[in-house]
Ligand binder design. Structure first.
Ligand SMILES: NC(=O)c1ccc[n+]([C@@H]2O[C@H](COP(=O)([O-])OP(=O)(O)OC[C@H]3O[C@@H](n4cnc5c(N)ncnc54)[C@H](O)[C@@H]3O)[C@@H](O)[C@H]2O)c1
Length: 409
């Protein structure tokens, strides 16, 4: 009966038959689970509720054109990139029958990764678990993934999502240093306890491969540059501590339970789909948003602090490659290419991309922020010699174009 109702609204049901390949499934048992039709178009809220499915949608669910390219401007036509095809076509070792779970898949990096993974022929099914605390379903519009709206702290939900999964890419977290300074318990709960729950789910799922996001913030007060993975960690914020817990739990599970694990330390990731419109927005979307609106760019401190800005295409290319080749490591791996750009230099580059100067306002430095950040990328290049690099200027131009396209739509 339910299946017929789902079919009537153009959705492939998953009870009790197996999930459709690269389709989207729904459970009538769990309120809040939503998705898209096979082929990408979002299923209307009314159609779903007429089919007896409880729906919890974020406000405003845009109907972007179908988008199956790995990355790039949304809304945008299909635009597979060369590195996306390379990753997708590289590894047949797993026999083309993989289910991959992305926690935090409705967030900035997760939704970009979902696009890459659904395009990989080796991957049969992409499943997202996201409680939408900072992510949005709009990020997944047009992506053929199964979406579970809920927390990875929910054992039952995780067992359902991870059933038969060969890999879990754990990106779900409460990001942001200042957010953690304001509410350290919430950061610990989502990031440290949450990782433990994901690892337990991976064990119950038969030792699924776990690839997770830690952060360069774990280096914190250690002044040595570039940051090599074996440097002493000196976290300066509750967020950094929670990320150190994330990677440490992964390594401990690898050691104690033979769980195949790969903890990455992300640096400052940027690109399309990164939001600017919240209190804890990252620096590049904040700058672009302000510059496009003609507002001054707010810089904490003198602007000479440096960051290893990493394009989301690089991050997703490496994550996809890690999943497809089931790469593991017995230590954390920096996921950045070893560049070092000051905020002042970034602003100059942005003005160049925009073709006009931008105003800047300097305010007090923020508690918990580190002064300089630059990865030593030797370990990354050892494990991922083909990690795709994107020039900062090109990445900025693409991100500006995405912000403009969003304003225009
Ligand atoms: N963006 C960066 O520059 C950067 C740098 C270092 C580390 N990281 C890490 O990378 C990961 C992805 O970051 P992002 O920039 O895409 O952030 P994001 O906020 O866009 O994505 C995080 C996602 O996790 C979801 N989430 C949070 N708590 C959850 C829970 N309990 N259950 C289910 N879902 C939950 C959010 O709704 C969101 O969709 C995070 O772990 C973050 O700490 C990001």
């Amino acid at each position: 009966m339910l299946r017929k109702k789902l079919a009537d609204v153009g959705v492939s049901g998953l009870l009790p038959e197996p999930l459709p390949r690269k389709g989207v499934g729904f459970s009538h048992k769990r309120p809040g689970m939503i998705g898209t039709r096979r082929g990408g178009a979002p299923v209307g809220r009314r159609a779903l509720s007429e089919a007896g499915i409880a729906v919890a949608l974020s406000p405003g669910w845009p109907t972007f054109p179908r988008h199956r390219g790995p990355l790039g401007s949304m809304p945008a036509p299909d635009r597979p990139t060369s590195w996306g095809r390379k990753v997708a076509g590289r590894n047949d070792a797993l026999g083309g029958c993989m289910k991959v779970v992305i926690t935090g898949g409705a967030g900035f990096i997760g939704s970009n990764l979902a696009r890459v993974l659904v395009a990989a022929p080796e991957i049969d099914e992409v499943v997202v678990v996201d409680d939408l605390s900072t992510g949005s379903l709009a990020n997944l519009a047009g992506v053929a993934a199964t979406v579970h709206v809920g927390t990875f702290l929910d054992v039952e939900l995780m067992d359902k999502a991870c059933d038969g999964a060969s890999a879990i890419v754990h990106l779900g977290a409460l990001p942001s240093v200042p957010r953690s300074v304001e509410d350290p318990l919430a950061s610990h709960h989502a990031n440290a306890t949450g990782t433990l729950m994901v690892l337990e789910a991976a064990r119950r799922a038969g030792n699924a491969h776990v690839v997770a996001a830690s952060s360069s913030s774990v280096y914190g007060g250690n002044p040595v540059l570039p940051k090599r993975e074996d440097l002493r960690t000196m976290p300066l914020s509750p967020y950094a501590v929670s990320k150190l817990a994330t990677e440490s739990y992964l390594l401990a599970y690898g050691h104690c339970y033979d769980l195949p694990v790969l903890p990455f330390r992300f640096f400052n990731v940027f690109g399309p789909l990164q939001p600017a419109d919240h209190a804890y927005a990252a620096v590049i979307p904040r700058f672009i948003d302000a510059a496009l609106a003609g507002r001054p760019l707010t810089v904490h401190g003198d602007g000479e602090q440096t960051r290893d800005f990493t394009n989301v295409a690089t991050v997703c290319g490496v994550l996809a490659d890690a999943v497809l080749r089931r790469v593991t490591n017995d230590g954390p791996v920096n996921l950045a290419l070893g560049t070092r750009t000051s905020l002042n230099a970034l602003i100059a580059l942005l003005a160049d991309v925009l073709g006009h100067p931008v105003d800047v306002t300097h305010v007090a430095p923020r508690a918990g922020d580190v002064r300089d950040s630059q990865a030593d990328s030797a370990e990354l290049r050892r494990l991922f010699p083909d990690a795709p690099a994107v020039e900062l200027r090109d990445g900025l131009a693409e991100t500006v174009a995405w912000f403009r396209s969003r304003q225009a739509s």
